[in-house]
Ligand binder design. Structure first.
Ligand SMILES: *Cc1c(COP(=O)(O)O)cnc(C)c1O
Length: 248
């Protein structure tokens, strides 16, 4: 098996061990699912973060069964999406997720080419994505990025401003954009116990929004170094780069 294929297997083993510890289903999805029915148990999707790696690395991961890919930089991603257009309509379709910062003047190609955007942190960006999403495509799936560790430099909406932003984004036309949940990039923590706190805080924010009347099912949190902590706290999408593709 290729190196990328064997690393993917190793990441799945780590995820399954964490699922067993958490008492969750051991099924690891390779494609993020459509909205869950209310009350359904959480699913777990492995998003392979291919930023800085070329189209051939993505092809190799895809050959090993991976379908959902995360990208940070819009221009780099568009070139890869174009180079891999043949995989879109194949028997194992690929799904493209934007996980990096998005400026409001760059939304059009994102609305046209991606399936998910995890990094929405302003209403204006969501409004433009809704206006620019082509009518023939399924609704773009959105997460709101939350500045969970309160770092000045990080993007993301501050928790105090989240309820208003979530309500406004959820009210956009649902044929164009669908708000699915929350995303966070916690600051690194030294111990497994300390790693869990920000993922737990994100889960509690999601629960609060749902108690307020929304129906959100997605917690996009956990990366190579803290995916176990994220799964133990209810993550439904882990975004894993280094552990699959190697060091950047
Ligand atoms: C790069 C990146 C990841 C993947 O991080 P690794 O530590 O390489 O697994 C996940 N999420 C975001 C937003 C990233 O920018």
């Amino acid at each position: 098996m290729s190196t990328i294929g064997s690393k993917l297997q190793e990441v799945k083993r780590r995820l399954q061990a964490a699922c067993a510890e958490a008492g969750r289903s051991a099924e690891i999805l390779t494609l993020a699912p459509p909205p869950a029915a209310p009350g359904a148990p959480p699913t777990l999707t492995l998003l392979a973060v291919s930023k800085t790696f070329g189209a051939e690395a993505v092809r190799e991961a895809h050959a090993a069964g991976q379908q959902a890919f995360g990208e940070n930089y819009v221009q780099e991603a568009l070139a890869k999406i174009e180079a891999l257009a043949d995989l879109r309509g194949g028997p194992l379709p690929v799904q493209w997720h934007l996980i990096g910062p998005l400026q409001s003047n760059k939304t059009r190609p994102v609305a046209e080419a991606f399936d998910w955007v995890h990094s929405v942190d302003r209403l204006k960006v969501a409004q433009r994505l809704a206006e620019q999403r082509p009518a023939h495509l399924p609704p773009l799936q959105l997460c709101l990025q939350v500045n969970i560790s309160g770092e000045d430099s990080k993007s993301g909406v501050p928790p105090a401003e989240l309820p208003a932003l979530a309500a406004a984004v959820a009210a956009l036309p649902r044929q164009r954009v669908q708000l699915r949940g929350l995303m966070a990039i916690p600051e690194p923590a030294a111990t497994p116990q300390a790693q869990r706190a920000p993922h737990r805080a994100l889960r509690e924010l999601l629960a609060g929004l749902n108690a307020g009347g929304l129906a959100l099912d997605t917690l996009s949190t956990g990366m190579s170094a803290d995916l176990e902590a994220a799964v133990l706290e209810g993550s439904t999408v882990v975004r894993v780069g280094t552990a699959i593709f190697g060091r950047r």
